[in-house]
Design a protein around this ligand. Structure first.
Ligand code: 5RP
Length: 220
């Protein structure tokens, strides 16, 4: 019997519980797959000391389920950060930001000793770039950054009606083939007005729990 994408997300959300140690503070990402993890965590009865959240969306969900949420500034490190991805390659490099939470996701991921990516199998790709790359930008720089992507042969469009949790805008960039994620991330991050590029190479996944028709596979 084949599982729906939603069922695969539920599977990996539950599987991620094995990386959470009672009494510790867990880093929590954003998205529909992470929602499954939050629900599984609340239902599990695992007594975590709290969570650091990467978005207003995840904070609200956790608080509603009785999970204590701390500010990122209240911790110096986290044993684990659990988050989804829009794309992940076989080395654990990811594209993230489909939910516009990429900047806070990178901040919380950077506090963590281990990044556990939870994703359904549609997210695994040989080369990053088929999913439009989210880039959070300062609004006054959006047009110039779009021109820079055009010079690379890509097309950047402003995500209509979206203002991030940080009061910025999102460009979605199509037509890229990101063959060297680490160099690409470092380069684009330096363009004036770029807040965060949605390539997670420096903060790549240490583990990927991939939901497949044959069950949860552990990669990386
Ligand atoms: C949000 C993200 C999400 O992790 C990514 O978009 C995957 O979301 P979903 O689990 O809903 O497919 O990066 O900014």
């Amino acid at each position: 019997m084949s599982l729906t994408q939603d069922e695969l997300k539920t599977l990996v959300g539950q599987a991620a519980l094995q990386y959470v140690t009672p009494g510790t503070i867990v880093g929590v990402g954003t998205g529909s797959t992470v929602d499954k993890f939050i629900d599984a965590l609340a239902a599990s009865g695992l007594a975590v000391a709290g969570a650091v959240s990467s978005s207003v969306r995840s904070t609200e969900r956790m608080k509603a389920l009785g999970i204590r949420v701390l500010e990122a500034g209240e911790v110096t490190s986290l044993p684990v950060y659990i988050d989804g991805a829009d794309e992940i390659d076989h080395a654990g490099h990811m594209v993230k930001g489909g939910g516009a939470a990429l900047t806070r996701e990178k901040i919380v991921a950077d506090l963590a000793e281990r990044f556990v990516c939870i994703a359904d199998e549609s997210k695994l790709v040989p080369v990053l770039g088929a999913f439009p790359l989210p880039v959070e930008v300062i609004p006054m720089a959006a047009a110039q950054i779009a021109r820079r992507f055009a010079a690379l042969g890509a097309q950047a469009t402003l995500r209509a009606g979206v203002v991030t949790d940080n009061g910025c805008q999102i460009l979605d960039v199509r037509g890229l083939q990101i063959t060297d994620p680490k160099a690409f991330e470092a380069d684009v991050n330096q363009w004036p007005g770029v807040v965060t590029v949605g390539v997670f190479a420096r903060n790549r996944a240490s583990v990927c729990l991939l939901g497949t028709a044959a069950g949860v596979k552990t990669l990386v």
